[in-house]
Write a protein that binds this ligand. Structure first.
Ligand code: VGL
Ligand code: ZN
Length: 203
């Protein structure tokens, strides 16, 4: 029998309770994308889910910086970092996948943001843009050359993943209808422009 490879992977970013209405860092309409993402999974030979997975003392939480406001920015060792409300704490209901999301078809779940001192938006690299999550090696090892990205949030974890995937030479399609954005201070437009410049295809 010959080796089975699949050149295309679906990567579903952070479809978790805290990013859906009612969650700690709710993205408007976040739950609307769940059913169509489930349907899309059937069309891919490789399906990867990511899960934002922070310790309670994570440095991206405004609550862990006395006097700091959520959605403000600070300097970290690796660069600027937005401070967020406490969200996706390991083992909590908020960190769980949306209950409607099909997780059985997933081949791999990548958890990210589990080191206290560094955030990780991208599925490929932590926010220093250098520390790998291991996803690139996993995809290459399976013969994947292009990825389709969906999930939350368009302008943070989806965009960072799309840009890193392009930088590592993968073909990247982002499906805007199956993403929802935070849109903080013009971040959605800025990231759309960066992704277009990097050769991300909007499907
Ligand atoms: C995300 C902010 C903080 C995301 C995760 O999934 O886009 N955004 N952590
Ligand atoms: Zn996070």
């Amino acid at each position: 029998m010959s080796v089975i490879t699949a050149s295309e992977a679906l990567i579903v970013i952070d479809v978790q309770n805290d990013f859906c209405p009612g969650g700690a860092l709710a993205v408007a309409g976040g739950d609307e994308i769940v059913a169509p993402i489930n349907a899309l999974m059937e069309r891919f030979d490789t399906v990867v889910l990511t899960q934002d997975w922070h310790p309670a003392d994570h440095s991206s939480f405004a609550a862990n910086h006395p006097g700091a406001q959520a959605f403000s920015e600070i300097d970290m060792a690796y660069g600027r970092q937005t401070l967020w409300p406490v969200h996706c704490v390991q083992g909590t209901e908020g960190a769980a996948f949306h209950p409607g999301l099909q997780t059985d078809p997933a081949h791999l779940v990548i958890r990210k943001g589990f080191r206290r001192q560094i955030d990780s938006y991208s599925a490929f690299f932590e926010n220093d843009r250098q520390t790998p999550t291991g996803l690139e090696g996993y995809l290459r090892g399976r013969g994947v050359t292009s990825v389709t990205l969906v999930g939350l949030a368009t302008d943070y974890c989806v965009a960072f993943s799309a840009l890193d995937a392009r930088a590592r030479g993968f073909g990247v399609t982002l499906l805007p209808d199956l993403c929802r954005a935070i849109d903080l201070g013009g971040s959605l437009l800025r990231q759309r422009q960066a992704m277009t410049a990097a050769g991300v295809v909007f499907g």
